[in-house]
Design a binder for this molecule. Structure first.
Ligand code: NAD
Length: 260
């Protein structure tokens, strides 16, 4: 890939844009308007500055990476992108609109990807011009630091799209996990019940917050306890919790509302 477009210049979009630019590719960064796209680019400038301050990269490297990122007011310039990554707000109707609009400029052979955490890839692919070239590309927060990307083919995603997306992800020096298009994919599906359970352990008075986190850090060898991690990543998005049952199965305990 030489040019990658990122739609959504928030927490994830800026992290993705920064990482892609640091790996030598040109990035087109869009949001709802030019002001937000430029604010995203300014945030990346600050993040690169911090890396320079910590001696992780040189000033020249930071300047070059930022120079590869262009804030754009609309999707028209994305005609030159070989990959368009959507990282906008986790609302399905917003994403469908983005895929339809950006799909008008998606070049023949280019790939469209979503960074969604929870919305089915196959369902979103219907709004893209070619579901065979549509895929889930799930980065982890903070993107420049985390070493994993989940790649999630939808029902119609072609083998070629999977292979090219995987090559792109590995080219960012990340490890890839291939996941089926199921709720939460792999990591969040396992993580969210664990965070829920930590909240129940707290709610039932079994242990204190520091002890729950300490138990998991030392007993499970996790770098961060589940409650600390919940604060770090933010709590369950509505789109995931709405897919959780509010009625416990007959065999379950008397615990209140939770994901089964
Ligand atoms: P965020 O709120 O920080 O950023 C979302 C951005 O999308 C905002 O800048 C917003 O202005 C923009 N946006 C909204 N509507 C838009 C539109 N129509 N066109 C263009 N831009 C639009 O959210 P985030 O945390 O960066 O999450 C973005 C996506 O990444 C979501 O799908 C989320 O589920 C996923 N994700 C988040 C995390 C995380 O830890 N935050 C991790 C993995 C995946």
């Amino acid at each position: 890939m030489r040019t990658v477009a990122v739609i959504g210049a928030g927490q994830m979009g800026t992290g993705i844009a920064q990482t892609v630019a640091q790996f030598g590719m040109k990035v087109l960064l869009a949001d709802v308007d030019m002001a937000r796209a430029e604010a995203g680019r300014a945030k990346i400038d600050q993040a690169l500055g911090k890396l320079v301050g910590r001696g992780k990269i040189t000033t020249d490297e930071a300047t070059a990476a930022l120079g590869r990122i262009t804030a754009v007011p609309d999707y028209a310039p994305m005609i030159e992108a070989e990959l368009i990554i959507e990282a906008a707000t986790e609302k399905e109707e917003i994403k469908h609109r983005i895929f339809a609009e950006a799909g008008k400029v998606l070049a023949a052979g280019s790939i469209m990807a979503s960074n969604t955490s929870s919305i089915p890839i196959t369902r979103m692919a219907v709004s893209s011009p070619d579901p065979a070239r549509f895929i889930g590309l799930h980065f982890f927060n903070p993107v420049p630091v985390m070493g994993l990307i989940e790649v999630i083919p939808g029902l119609a995603t072609s083998k070629e799209t999977v292979a090219r997306t995987r090559t792109f992800a590995e080219g960012l020096s990340k490890q890839v996990v291939l996941a089926e298009d199921e709720p939460g994919f792999v990591v969040n599906r396992i993580l969210l019940p664990m965070i829920n359970e930590a909240v129940f352990v707290l709610g039932q008075g079994t242990a204190s917050i520091p002890d729950i986190d300490k138990g998991c850090r030392l007993g499970l060898n996790h770098p961060m306890g589940p409650l600390e991690l919940a604060d770090f990543v933010g709590l369950v998005p509505a789109s995931i919790s709405s897919r959780c049952s509010t009625t416990p199965p007959a065999t379950a305990s008397t615990a209140p509302r939770r994901c089964w």
